[in-house]
Design a protein around this ligand. Structure first.
Ligand SMILES: Cc1ncc(COP(=O)(O)O)c(C=O)c1O
Length: 405
């Protein structure tokens, strides 16, 4: 038998990829993460939850139970919209925690909330449609929407949420198809919308045809004990609300959800079928069993207490070790602290110096579309242990002092 490989007509690099691939920016963070994978690097770069608070034992027990009780079914194909009892649980939790009425059939289980962003783009965006983003915004959303070749319009974030005056102007003058916002402990800035801005945003959007994609992976990780209502509460049918188990249970299980009008869900189901048929059914069943056998709110309180301590430690380090000209935003939840260096200082240069001393963070410029924010940076506090956090911040502080002398 002749087994030699045929000579391909294509030479290296000649694949003619779709134009859309040119539009998708590469994730700078994933690139940094490759560097920070080395064990001796202290990384404030990733957006990873602290694995110490993954409910390993409880999920293991849930998995055993699911396999023992329903082994054949959990390994079978399943419906695209997701496991109904899990959707019922999510709807029930919205009712309990936010008094938000969502029908289980208005929920689609997704492969993380990242897929929810992608599905919103897939079902709503034609090339050149306008997508409004907060500036800065979450890189994964910029990547997901970019595949649908939209035009991005940005509106600045202020300390209490989006600049609603600028938002009003944009909505009055431009035909915006989707607005993407992260009103709770935003990635990357940690900023949350005040109640006034939530209501103002809903009011402005209600006078337009714009659909709000409200991404909320961090809302449950709040430190004040005063959770804010979703904007969906004020702008129901016009809002696609995205949620996730990544930050409250496990990101590796890849489970999130979309809560939206049934007509939107119906379109998303078709779009999702084309992508992956359905979200991992085994994961859905295990997480559901975990939710039945454990108190999620108790588990979340442990995460919140730990992250609050880590945030406080990082803020303490900024006070102790950083020059005063470095400004920062105190996040009331989530996983990130946003810093601003004095004008003229470029955080990419700082990263260069820091990585020589095996410290990593994300320069804030990567989260802006317009080349702005070169003097900003994002630090993650959730995934570094006490001693390393202190050591890394002390080193970063002395690099800053030396550099800014
Ligand atoms: C704002 C935001 N949205 C979505 C995601 C993706 O989360 P998931 O793991 O649920 O896909 C992240 C992850 O870091 C995020 O920060």
């Amino acid at each position: 038998m002749n087994t030699h490989t045929l000579q391909s007509h294509l030479t290296d690099g000649e694949f003619s990829f779709a134009n859309r691939m040119q539009c998708i920016p590469k994730s700078f963070i994933r690139e940094i993460l490759k560097v920070t994978a080395q064990p001796d690097v202290i990384s404030f770069a990733g957006g990873l939850p602290n694995p110490q608070y993954f409910p390993v034992e409880a999920l293991k027990n849930a998995a055993i139970k699911v396999f023992e009780q329903d082994g054949c079914n959990v390994l079978q194909y399943a419906v695209s919209e997701g496991y109904k009892p899990l959707r019922e649980y999510i709807a029930m939790r919205y009712k309990l925690t936010q008094n938000l009425d969502i029908d289980p059939d208005e929920i689609l289980i997704t492969n993380g909330s990242q897929q929810g962003i992608d599905l919103a783009g897939k079902v709503f965006l034609n090339p050149h449609d306008k997508v409004l983003l907060e500036s800065p915004s979450y890189l994964g959303a910029i990547q997901a929407f970019s595949a649908y070749e939209p035009e991005f319009i940005t509106v600045d974030l202020q300390a209490d949420g989006i600049d609603t005056n600028a938002l009003k102007m944009v909505l009055a003058n431009q035909n915006i198809k989707l607005m993407y916002a992260i009103p709770n402990f935003q990635n990357p800035t940690g900023i949350s919308y005040s109640i006034e801005k939530r209501i103002a945003t809903a009011n402005l959007l209600s006078n337009s045809n714009t659909i709000l994609v409200e991404d909320d992976p961090y809302g449950s990780i709040e430190f004040t004990g005063k959770p804010m209502p979703s904007i969906k509460k004020f702008l129901n049918k016009q809002t696609i609300l995205l949620g996730s188990f990544s930050k409250i249970a496990s990101p590796g299980m890849r489970l999130g959800w979309v809560a939206a009008d049934k007509k939107i869900i119906a379109q998303m189901i078709v779009a999702k079928q084309a992508t992956d048929l359905h979200s991992n059914f085994l994961s859905q069943r295990i997480i559901y069993q975990f939710l039945m056998d454990n108190d999620l709110e108790t588990h979340i309180s442990q995460i919140k207490n730990a992250y609050k301590q880590q945030r406080d430690q990082m803020l303490g380090c900024i006070h102790k070790y950083f020059p005063q000209q470095v400004k920062y935003i105190t996040p009331e939840g989530g996983m990130f602290i946003w810093l601003t260096l004095p004008q003229g200082y470029n955080a990419f240069d700082l990263l260069q110096k820091a990585s020589e001393q095996k410290i990593a963070f994300v320069p804030g410029g990567t989260f802006f579309l317009e080349g702005k924010g070169q003097n900003t940076m994002r630090l993650n506090y959730s995934n570094t242990e006490t001693q390393q956090l202190e050591e890394g911040m002390k080193k970063l502080g002395s690099i800053l002092w030396e550099w800014m002398r």
